[in-house]
Design a protein around this ligand. Structure first.
Ligand SMILES: [Zn+2]
Ligand SMILES: [Zn+2]
Length: 327
């Protein structure tokens, strides 16, 4: 068996802002929200297992176009959502409806797709996507609203098909604008409910850590004895929220809800991955010449320069849609 982490998208919530003329918004390439797939292939090259992490805008198209999932190679053994925000969930209904239609057409068995998320996210999804939750998905809800930096029970799907030797352990993270309960209690901090999770994925060969969406208050990452840190440290690959280059607060003092590259550097120093993959890229809150409007190529050049000058661990990658990492 071989395991692959495939990038389905790396954009922030607003990949191309209508009316914006920056280089990032006027590029012609297809874009998609931040998402990745964990795909297992057998010795004949057949796709044997597929876990999807997040399903925002454009993700269904990315899956349809990837060699390992195209046509008769398509399969979907589970969807795992970091949180409920639409840029991580808006394509769930479209993807699962398409999957159901193509299964029916080919005479295959149609079953609901297991969908894992935390309790607070499930409440939002039942409110905003009731059809997907009731008719298309089999929700697997992780109970509780544990604070950031907590290790949760590994994701477990009943009837998940073949055992391919993969484990997925959620670790909780703060993500300000998602950590609210239904109905929206953004203005009442005592009612905030942490809703977001990252994941430590292990295969027989490698450890991969997904850390998105996360804001800059996740300094549990800097505590060496924290169990989540011990689990996530020294990964082969770390995929991390890098929404902006520098800015983490807007003019009114409100947080962007995300980490900037500067916070990524602090967290990477603590976690020491061999390879860091920058996800959830935007830069729209940044200043011109200092993040605003940068294309992926410019993000890569700037990040690589900082990696060298700050002597950060391993390598840094701005991925492209469809890029595969052996894990
Ligand atoms: Zn997001
Ligand atoms: Zn979010």
């Amino acid at each position: 068996m071989d395991h692959w982490l495939v990038i389905n998208g790396l954009e922030n919530a607003f990949p191309k802002e209508f009316g914006c003329s920056c280089a990032r918004c006027v590029r012609t390439e297809r874009t998609a929200n931040t998402s990745a797939s964990l795909i297992t292939t057998d010795d004949e090259g057949n796709t044997r297992h597929h876990l999807l992490f997040d399903c925002g805008g454009g993700v269904a198209d990315s899956l349809a176009q990837h060699d390992l999932l195209r046509g008769s190679r398509a399969r979907l053994d589970g969807v795992i959502l970091t949180h409920w925000h639409t840029d991580h969930s808006i394509d769930v209904r479209r993807l699962l409806t398409g999957w159901e239609r193509s299964r029916r057409r080919s005479g295959a068995t149609v079953t609901k797709v297991p969908l894992w998320c935390r309790e607070g996210s499930a409440a939002w999804l039942w409110k905003e996507q009731p059809y997907a939750m009731s008719a298309l998905a089999q929700p697997v809800v992780c109970a509780g609203s544990q604070p950031a930096g907590t290790v949760l029970e590994p994701v477990s799907f009943a009837n998940a098909g073949v055992n391919v030797g993969v484990s997925v352990t959620p670790i909780t993270m703060y993500h300000a604008s998602a950590d609210v309960s239904v109905p929206n209690t953004l203005d009442e901090p005592s009612l905030h409910v942490p809703c977001c999770a990252g994941f430590v994925i292990t295969t027989p060969r490698a450890k991969t850590v997904l850390c998105w969406d996360m804001d800059a208050t996740n300094d549990w990452v800097l505590q060496p004895d924290n169990l989540a840190v011990m689990l996530a440290r020294d990964a082969d690959t770390l995929l991390i929220d890098c929404n902006t280059w520098r800015v983490e607060h807007m003019a009114a003092g409100r947080t962007t809800g995300h980490a900037s590259f500067q916070t990524v550097c602090r967290y990477v120093t603590a976690l020491r991955p061999r390879r860091t993959v920058l996800m959830h890229l935007s830069g729209h809150e940044d200043a011109v010449g200092d993040g605003f409007g940068w294309t992926d190529a410019e993000w890569q050049a700037r990040a690589s320069h900082e990696w060298r000058t700050r002597d950060l661990p391993g390598s840094v990658v701005v991925p492209r849609i469809g890029q595969m990492f052996a894990v």
